[in-house]
Write a protein that binds this ligand. Structure first.
Ligand code: C2E
Ligand code: CA
Ligand code: CA
Ligand code: CA
Length: 280
């Protein structure tokens, strides 16, 4: 029992207590995960609508926990951010993605695939992001031009000169800067004015409801049109069906990502995914 400050006593539900314990256990585990080498990157193809070839792969973090199994990022990244671990985890992701991507080659020649890495807004708040990216490129030998950095508009909500300066410095390393989950936040258009993004990724919530409403279709068409007039790529996320693929092609998107082509796969499957794309 705990006094709630108004002179009465309030009892925790045993259920709540269990949940708090589970949270603490997860926190203890995530603190050990890096040292125990339990993180892995899965890769999902980003497919060009023009050529049907794989432009690159998005790196998606997984935690292979000894008893919990394969833990998805939504189940531990918010916690890692909360307890101040996103810096070291994010640095591990950057280093590993660059190392693995440095070994990729396009079958039959052509430009080698790029790798796209998600950045937490908190990596911008801390110091040393540019140095971390630079070190990952140097250690792996990956040319900066083959790295894409995906940020959400909440990064620009911090709206200060330092954030924009950081984005410009990352761009000067050769990296492409992509706006992720476009359309889910608010006042997105003003963010497009504050920084010249290389790519807009249309959130999967719009793609998956494309057929359901004319409004969704209009939004996707408008974003793709915006990309054309600004001269930047637009990726449709979460394409699961042929009907959705045909829709986003008709709307003018330049790239697709989704289960229709492939779910995220372990690093060892990248060569197979590259070879399969060529035969399509
Ligand atoms: P996101 O950046 O929007 O990544 C796309 C998510 O959509 C991934 O979920 C992917 O598996 C899923 N997805 C792709 N195609 C389809 C589809 O056709 N249908 C459906 N239903 N889903 C699809 P995932 O891998 O669970 O990642 C969730 C989120 O976790 C990511 O969303 C990203 O915000 C975050 N995340 C993942 N890896 C990292 C990382 O290394 N660092 C940071 N800071 N965040 C990460
Ligand atoms: Ca992303
Ligand atoms: Ca996204
Ligand atoms: Ca998302």
């Amino acid at each position: 029992a705990k006094q709630d400050g108004r002179g009465t006593f309030r009892f925790f539900e045993p259920e709540m207590d269990t949940r708090a314990q589970a949270h603490r256990a997860l926190e203890m585990d995530v603190r050990q995960a890096l040292a125990r080498n339990e993180f892995e990157l899965y890769y999902q193809p980003l497919v060009s609508i023009d050529s049907r070839r794989v432009n690159g792969f998005e790196a998606l973090l997984r935690w292979r926990h000894p008893s919990r199994g394969l833990v998805p990022p939504d189940a531990f990244i918010p916690l890692a951010e909360e307890i101040g671990l996103i810096g070291p985890i994010g640095a591990w992701v950057l280093r590993t993605a660059c190392m693995e991507a440095a070994g990729w080659a396009a079958p039959g020649g052509g430009a080698p695939p790029r790798v796209a890495v998600n950045l937490s807004p908190l990596q911008f708040a801390g110091h040393g992001l540019v140095e971390t990216v630079q070190a990952a490129l140097a250690a792996s030998g990956l040319p900066g031009e083959r790295l894409e950095l995906e940020i959400t508009e909440s990064v620009l909500l911090q709206d200060n000169a330092t954030t924009l300066e950081t984005l410009h410095r990352l761009r000067r390393l050769g990296a492409r800067i992509c706006m992720d989950d476009f359309g889910t936040g608010y006042s997105s258009l003003s963010y497009l004015r504050s920084f010249p993004f290389d790519k807009i990724k249309i959130d999967k919530s719009f793609i998956q409801c494309l057929a359901d409403s004319e409004e969704n279709a209009a939004i996707v068409r408008a974003i793709a049109g915006l990309g054309v007039s600004l001269g930047i790529a637009t990726t449709a996320e979460g394409v699961e069906t042929l009907a959705q693929l045909e829709h986003v092609i008709a709307k003018g998107c330049t790239e697709v990502q989704g289960h229709f082509f492939s779910p995220p796969r372990p690093a060892r499957d990248v060569p197979v995914l590259l070879a399969a794309a060529l035969q399509r």
